[in-house]
Structure formats: C-alpha cells, structure tokens
Design a protein around this ligand. Structure first.
Ligand SMILES: CC(C)(COP(=O)(O)OP(=O)(O)OC[C@H]1O[C@@H](n2cnc3c(N)ncnc32)[C@H](O)[C@@H]1OP(=O)(O)O)[C@@H](O)C(=O)NCCC(=O)NCCS
Length: 168
C-alpha cells in the first residue's frame, strides 16, 4: 500500500472527492445539491488529502475566517458550522478554523500520516479553532489542540483551540 498526504488546491474535482467522503459520515445532509460545497470552497482553499494507492480516502481542511466569527466560536456561540456565511470565509484575519477532519472508516488504519500532518499545520498557525461533534473528533482534537469549552452540552459539541492570542 502506498500512503501519501498531499496538499492541494480545492479544485472542483477535489471538492467532489471530499463530498463523496463526507457522505459516509455526515449523513444528515442532502447531497443531491452540491452547491453548498461550491459556495463554501474554491481553489482559494487548500485541502490536505490522505491518498492510499492513488485513492483519496481522507482529508482535513484549515480555512482563514473572519475575526468576528472566530470570536463567536471561542465564545461558544456555535455548535455547528454548516450555516456559516460564505463572506466570513477566506478573510485575511490571522484567525483559522478546521472545518473537517475525516478518514473513511475502512482506511482508518492509515490515518496516522494525516493526523501527524494536521499536528504540523496546527503548530504553524496562531488563533486556530475547531468545533468537534463526535467522540473521534474529541479524541483527535485532544491530541493536537486544547479544550476551550462545551458549546452544546446536550449534544456534547466542544470547541478546541491552539495558540490563541486573544482574550475573550
Ligand atoms: C477523526 C479521525 C480522522 C481520526 O482518525 P482515527 O484513525 O480514528 O485516529 P485515532 O484518534 O484513533 O488515532 C490513531 C492513532 O494516532 C495517534 N495520533 C492521533 N493524532 C496524532 C498526531 N497528531 N500525532 C501523532 N499521533 C497521533 C493516536 O494516539 C492513535 O494512536 P493509538 O492507536 O496508539 O492510540 C477519524 O476517527 C474519523 O474520520 N472520524 C469520523 C469523522 C469525525 O469524527 N471527524 C471529526 C468531526 S468533529
């Protein structure tokens, strides 16, 4: 098996590959309409792909977001991100957000290089936040980030951060 992590621009093909991977995990979403993905992502964004024998089987994303959205996430005002307005995305603010980290179930034994790359990317950025919605997400975040707080106790949605130089 050849396992690689590739940093690529989010071209339409990459966006479609990510949509296909998401289908397995984010099941409460209407995938018949892909416009949500194309409104949110473009080749202005980078994706970090886990590629096994030439197939994209996982990815993570880091996006620069507006300072006000970042502040609201830190204030625990958001327990999901699917309705974040596109204009809050790709702002030159020095504030970053991890929208998703996902590896297809049957390829999780190959996750480590992707998680190590995530750790490396996290080290190079200030003001990075993530919202985690699953046990696997919390476990992954505990390895690379620090708990900020619980945004939704009923659903156990948590906010994690790294190198935060803001005082909220
Ligand atoms: C999140 C996800 C990619 C993590 O992958 P995983 O294969 O489950 O990874 P694990 O957390 O089990 O970690 C695998 C190993 O790598 C280690 N590891 C994790 N991050 C690491 C890092 N940055 N550097 C080095 N080692 C790391 C873990 O300690 C673990 O080792 P162990 O088995 O000896 O304990 C995967 O669970 C997934 O796709 N889940 C579904 C989607 C999801 O929940 N996403 C988050 C939504 S908020």
């Amino acid at each position: 098996m050849q396992v690689e992590v590739k940093k690529v621009k989010m071209t339409d093909d990459v966006i479609m590959s990510i949509l296909e991977i998401d289908k397995e995990f984010y099941t409460n979403f209407d995938y018949s309409d892909s416009s949500w993905y194309f409104e949110r992502y473009s080749d202005k964004n980078d994706a970090f792909l886990l590629v096994v024998d030439g197939n994209i089987v996982g990815y993570f994303l880091i996006v620069e977001i507006s300072k006000s959205l970042y502040d609201d996430i830190l204030r625990l005002k958001h327990d999901h991100d699917y309705d974040f307005p596109p204009q809050e995305w790709n702002c030159k603010s020095g504030c970053f957000y991890i929208p998703s980290v996902l590896v297809k179930q049957e390829y999780r034994r190959f996750s480590l290089p992707l998680l190590e790359r995530l750790y490396k990317e996290v080290q190079t950025k200030n003001n990075l936040v993530a919202i985690t919605v699953s046990q696997e997400g919390h476990r992954m975040a505990e390895k690379v980030l620090k708990l900020v707080g619980v945004a939704n106790p009923q659903k156990d949605v948590r906010v994690y951060g790294s190198n935060l130089d803001t005082s909220i």
